[in-house]
Design a protein around this ligand. Structure first.
Ligand SMILES: Nc1nc2c(c(=O)[nH]1)N[C@H]1C(S)=C(S)[C@@H](COP(=O)(O)OP(=O)(O)OC[C@H]3O[C@@H](n4cnc5c(N)ncnc54)[C@H](O)[C@@H]3O)O[C@H]1N2
Ligand code: MOO
Length: 398
């Protein structure tokens, strides 16, 4: 395998070429959060399904307004059968969401009329014809695509599906994920540290980040820095995971066995090592329909590589282009970086500019804990001056 580090752009392009595709599944309303539609969705009905009032007031025939006062004729409430006929020279009491009676074309808000002895006088200014009427099909007519393939099922998207009377939606399956932790030094939080142990944090970081993306089928296993144990654990994980995330053990140390173990377990490498900081030893590979990432073990590297590669790859496995939430902004202060690396630094975007945070080293998470963006500082540049344009990748919130 070529282990000459490649650029961040090459790594993204290679990933996009090699991503497996997740299957499609049909899911019911109420279980759609975080999913992406796997086809265009069309509405089987007009929305709204009939001409309806958007105000509480009076339904009238606009041409009759010149002949005011109008005689008030009955009432039409939301849910009433749409079988009433407005008589000439009349106004019908109507409420928001009610079907317009046949013959009416305009609604007067009740605050904009004078009513006395069963008669109605419109107040000036006289409304336009069609005011406060939501026409049948104004949102969309039947057969219209209401959600395109790849639309995220946000609360609004789910509401739209329900409003169209649909009960199920074809979506891409979410990946079943296995996280394999490597490192003899790792101890679980809650147990006193001994010798040179450190607390294991990457599984918690990754699990929450995956959950944030709506993914809940997550298995975590800790493996010792032993080539055979690792090869066995990877081979087992490949049998049921769509996405395998390994943390640690991808560098060049004598105890870094992840890449040879992955290859021994049947993983075909896509790349190993990227000209970036943090996360230079990042490994990506594929075995059948399972996507594999070897994330450099430092906690900051793990999370940076997750946001910049793994999360876009998850969407890529759902058929979307490698999508990152990029924003062009300016940097709030001077910043120096090495020339031969892309730096993905933690920043805080305040809506006007992005502030590079202190404590960028990859063993630290304190700046990450308050960051809301990664600032993408380009390879080939060494100095950024206050006010220079930069691209940032917004981090998911919530
Ligand atoms: N001679 C070189 N050494 C290193 C290089 C290099 O290019 N040449 N690259 C460095 C960089 S950059 C990184 S990043 C690390 C990545 O190495 P590994 O992926 O092999 O990670 P480990 O050595 O296993 O661990 C690194 C660090 O992170 C801690 N760690 C690991 N797993 C966890 C976990 N689950 N929770 C919390 N902390 C974890 C681990 O204890 C180490 O301190 O390699 C450099 N070396
Ligand atoms: O790439 Mo390492 O992630 O800088 O510490």
């Amino acid at each position: 395998m070529n282990t000459t580090p490649i650029s961040v752009q090459e790594a993204s392009a290679l990933l996009a070429q090699h991503l497996p595709q997740l299957p499609e599944e049909i899911r019911p309303l109420g279980q759609l959060g975080g999913r992406l539609t796997s086809r265009d969705i069309t509405t089987p009905i007009h929305l709204p399904p009939f001409d309806q009032s958007s105000m509480d007031g009076y339904a009238v025939r606009h041409a009759d307004l010149a002949k005011a006062p109008l005689t008030i004729q009955g009432e039409q409430a939301a849910g009433d059968l749409p079988d009433k006929q407005l008589q000439p020279g009349s106004a019908m009491r109507i409420f928001t969401g009610a079907a317009l009676p046949a013959g009416a074309d305009t609604v007067l808000m009740q605050e904009k009329v004078t009513v006395k002895d069963g008669k109605l006088w419109p107040q000036e200014p006289i409304p336009e014809a069609g005011d406060f009427v939501r026409k049948k099909g104004a949102e969309c007519v039947d057969g219209t695509i209401i959600l395109a393939k790849g639309n995220r099922m946000t609360p609004a998207a789910t509401g739209l599906i329900a409003a169209a009377g649909l009960t199920t939606v074809p979506v891409f399956a979410l990946p079943r994920v296995t996280i394999l932790l490597t490192g003899n030094e790792l101890q679980s939080p809650g147990i006193p540290l001994q010798g040179s142990q450190v607390y294991e944090s990457n599984s918690y970081t990754l699990t929450q980040a995956l959950q944030q993306a709506g993914i809940h089928e997550i298995v975590t296993e800790a493996v010792k820095d032993d080539p055979e144990a690792l090869t066995g654990a990877i081979a087992r994980a490949l049998r049921h995971a769509d996405l395998l995330l390994l943390t640690g053990g991808v560098s060049v140390g004598d105890h870094d066995h992840v890449v040879p173990a992955a290859i021994a377990a049947g993983v075909i490498p896509i790349f190993h090592k990227v000209r970036q900081r943090p996360g230079k030893p990042l490994f990506a590979g594929r075995s059948g329909n399972t996507m594999v990432f070897g994330l450099p073990g430092n906690p900051g590297s793990v999370l940076t590589c997750y946001y910049h590669y793994v999360l876009p790859a998850i969407y890529g496995m759902m058929g979307l282009p490698l999508a990152r939430q990029l924003v062009e902004t300016t940097i709030s202060k001077n910043y120096n970086k090495p020339e031969q690396l892309t730096c993905l630094i933690k920043g805080y975007f305040n809506g006007r500019m992005v502030i590079p945070l202190d404590a960028q080293e990859s063993f630290r998470l304190r700046s990450f804990a308050v960051a809301n963006a990664l600032i993408l500082l380009e390879e080939g540049k060494t100095h950024y001056l206050e006010g220079d344009p930069v691209n940032i990748q917004l981090l998911p919130i919530g």
